[in-house]
Write a protein that binds this ligand. Sequence first.
Ligand code: SF4
Length: 96
Amino acid sequence: MRVVVDQDLCSTTGQCVLTLPSTFRQREPDGVAEVCVATVPQALHAAVRLAASQCPVAAIRVIESDAGDDERASANLARSPPEAERHAAKDQHNLG
Ligand code: SF4
Protein backbone atom coordinates (compact mmCIF):
# COMPACT_ATOMS: atom_id res chain seq x y z
CA MET A 1 0.00 0.00 0.00
CA ARG A 2 1.07 3.54 -0.71
CA VAL A 3 -0.50 6.77 0.44
CA VAL A 4 -0.32 10.27 -1.00
CA VAL A 5 -1.46 13.68 0.18
CA ASP A 6 -2.88 16.18 -2.28
CA GLN A 7 -0.92 19.17 -1.07
CA ASP A 8 -3.21 21.59 -2.91
CA LEU A 9 -6.18 20.28 -0.91
CA CYS A 10 -4.54 19.89 2.51
CA SER A 11 -5.88 22.45 4.96
CA THR A 12 -2.99 21.90 7.44
CA THR A 13 -5.15 20.70 10.32
CA GLY A 14 -2.42 18.25 11.33
CA GLN A 15 -4.96 15.57 12.16
CA CYS A 16 -3.19 12.88 10.13
CA VAL A 17 0.15 13.76 11.70
CA LEU A 18 -1.26 13.47 15.19
CA THR A 19 -2.87 10.14 14.31
CA LEU A 20 0.09 8.59 12.47
CA PRO A 21 3.33 10.51 13.04
CA SER A 22 5.32 7.63 11.57
CA THR A 23 3.52 8.05 8.25
CA PHE A 24 2.69 11.75 7.93
CA ARG A 25 4.55 14.94 8.80
CA GLN A 26 3.88 18.62 8.32
CA ARG A 27 6.39 20.46 6.21
CA GLU A 28 7.98 23.70 7.26
CA PRO A 29 6.93 26.47 7.16
CA ASP A 30 3.38 26.12 5.83
CA GLY A 31 2.19 23.01 7.70
CA VAL A 32 1.03 21.15 4.62
CA ALA A 33 1.04 17.41 5.25
CA GLU A 34 3.38 15.09 3.39
CA VAL A 35 3.98 11.37 3.49
CA CYS A 36 7.26 10.21 5.02
CA VAL A 37 7.21 6.55 3.97
CA ALA A 38 7.53 5.02 0.50
CA THR A 39 5.19 2.16 1.34
CA VAL A 40 2.90 1.68 4.31
CA PRO A 41 3.77 -1.29 6.54
CA GLN A 42 1.04 -3.95 6.69
CA ALA A 43 0.46 -3.27 10.37
CA LEU A 44 -0.56 0.32 9.59
CA HIS A 45 -2.88 -0.31 6.64
CA ALA A 46 -6.09 -0.03 8.66
CA ALA A 47 -4.85 3.07 10.50
CA VAL A 48 -3.90 4.77 7.22
CA ARG A 49 -7.31 4.00 5.73
CA LEU A 50 -8.90 5.47 8.84
CA ALA A 51 -6.72 8.60 8.65
CA ALA A 52 -7.70 9.01 5.00
CA SER A 53 -11.38 8.66 5.82
CA GLN A 54 -11.08 11.25 8.60
CA CYS A 55 -9.20 13.94 6.65
CA PRO A 56 -11.63 16.87 6.66
CA VAL A 57 -10.86 17.80 3.05
CA ALA A 58 -10.29 14.29 1.64
CA ALA A 59 -6.71 15.13 0.74
CA ILE A 60 -5.32 11.69 1.62
CA ARG A 61 -5.45 9.04 -1.09
CA VAL A 62 -4.74 5.40 -0.40
CA ILE A 63 -3.19 3.34 -3.19
CA GLU A 64 -3.85 -0.28 -2.32
CA SER A 65 -1.50 -1.71 -4.93
CA ASP A 66 2.22 -1.16 -4.40
CA ALA A 67 2.44 -0.89 -8.18
CA GLY A 68 0.31 2.26 -7.93
CA ASP A 69 -2.86 2.07 -9.94
CA ASP A 70 -4.32 5.54 -9.41
CA GLU A 71 -7.71 4.67 -10.88
CA ARG A 72 -8.13 1.75 -8.53
CA ALA A 73 -6.94 3.86 -5.60
CA SER A 74 -9.65 6.41 -6.20
CA ALA A 75 -12.27 3.70 -6.33
CA ASN A 76 -11.04 2.17 -3.09
CA LEU A 77 -11.02 5.54 -1.32
CA ALA A 78 -14.69 5.99 -2.13
CA ARG A 79 -15.51 2.70 -0.41
CA SER A 80 -15.65 2.06 3.30
CA PRO A 81 -12.45 0.43 4.67
CA PRO A 82 -14.00 -3.04 5.18
CA GLU A 83 -15.48 -2.91 1.69
CA ALA A 84 -12.15 -1.80 0.23
CA GLU A 85 -10.47 -4.75 1.95
CA ARG A 86 -13.02 -7.16 0.48
CA HIS A 87 -12.43 -5.73 -2.97
CA ALA A 88 -8.67 -5.91 -2.50
CA ALA A 89 -9.00 -9.59 -1.55
CA LYS A 90 -11.21 -10.17 -4.59
CA ASP A 91 -8.66 -8.39 -6.80
CA GLN A 92 -5.90 -10.60 -5.41
CA HIS A 93 -8.00 -13.67 -6.16
CA ASN A 94 -8.65 -12.50 -9.71
CA LEU A 95 -4.95 -11.86 -10.29
CA GLY A 96 -3.83 -15.23 -9.08
S1 SF4 B 1 -5.76 15.49 7.95
FE1 SF4 B 1 -5.92 16.20 5.79
S2 SF4 B 1 -6.10 18.43 5.92
FE2 SF4 B 1 -5.30 17.70 7.91
S3 SF4 B 1 -3.05 17.84 7.70
FE3 SF4 B 1 -3.65 15.74 7.13
S4 SF4 B 1 -3.91 15.83 4.88
FE4 SF4 B 1 -3.91 17.95 5.61
